[in-house]
Design a protein around this ligand. Structure first.
Ligand SMILES: [Zn+2]
Length: 278
């Protein structure tokens, strides 16, 4: 009897979507006066109840101290039982003590990955500061290895990711997270503007390293962080290609909303993506 393997099995491999806490504070700019103060415990409870995973956003500015060490037992309690847990670094600049704290928190919470940016290692793409501090990068990698924490490096420029892998590629904890919204903007990826399928270029190059994704949409010009389906990204094609390379079905929604509409935006995103037949 012939059975349908391959495509059919893939189709049943369900995606697990995390909600970034950044979605509750417009990805960093704390909401306008009068909005009140989002309560982290309540938000995490709601995310879990809706069947999402969680992406902790380390520059959660409504309460600066919430990720300090004395609060870790609370954070662990609040995240307990969620489908998937990732942590997004504060990503400001090279700061060993700050990244040490994040690595140790990721280890303490048994997070799937700590998401870092090239900024964490002194690369400022917007200012053409592209040199990687190799010694510093290797020290951070060593610390992550010691703590058994995956460092997921987020794009930016296509070439930057390649440069980082050329230096740290032997480390088993160095992985890649691809932000599909960023790939859609030529000035971010720096792939040629006439590249017919930038996402495919990224997928092919980094497929052996992929651990997670960021999902949001835009019109291809500015980094709008819209709900998937509201911009011009061909999500059906993206999901199909990710199936074809057998990518992990783990993504976080990074949508620029505040705590009044973050929940609805993620529910809408999930419905839209689950409704695509790929
Ligand atoms: Zn992202």
């Amino acid at each position: 009897m012939t059975r349908l393997y391959g495509k059919d099995c893939m189709r049943n491999k369900e995606w697990i979507f995390n909600i970034s806490l950044g979605n509750y504070i417009k990805l960093g700019s704390y909401p306008e006066p009068g909005c009140g103060k989002p309560d982290l415990k309540t938000i995490l409870e709601e995310i879990k109840n809706d069947g999402f995973g969680i992406e902790l956003w380390m520059n959660w500015n409504p309460d600066k101290n919430v990720f300090d060490r004395p609060s870790w037992p609370n954070i662990r309690k609040w995240c307990e039982g969620c489908k998937n847990l990732t942590i997004h670094s504060e990503c400001v600049e090279k700061d060993f003590e700050s990244v040490r704290k994040e690595i140790e928190l990721a280890s303490y919470l048994k997070a799937r990955a700590l998401i870092v940016h090239v900024l964490n290692f002194g690369v400022v793409e917007a200012e053409e500061k592209l040199a990687i501090d190799e010694k510093y990068f290797c020290e951070v990698l060593k610390l992550a290895e010691k703590n058994n924490v995956i460092l997921a490096l987020e794009n930016g420029r296509f070439e930057s990711l390649k440069s980082f892998l050329a230096i740290g590629g032997k480390s088993p904890v160095l992985k890649i997270i691809l932000d599909i919204g960023h790939i859609n903007i030529p000035s971010s990826s720096l792939l040629p503007a006439d590249c017919p399928d930038p996402a495919k270029v990224f997928f092919e190059e980094f497929k052996d390293r992929l651990v997670h994704f960021h999902f949001h949409d835009n019109s291809g010009k500015t980094d709008d962080h819209m709900v998937p389906g509201d911009g011009n990204i061909d999500w059906k094609r993206v999901l199909k290609q990710l199936n074809e390379i057998n990518a992990p079905h783990h993504a976080s929604f990074e949508i620029r909303t505040n705590f009044a509409d973050a929940r609805q935006a993620s529910l809408r995103a999930r419905d839209y993506l689950n409704g695509l037949t790929v």
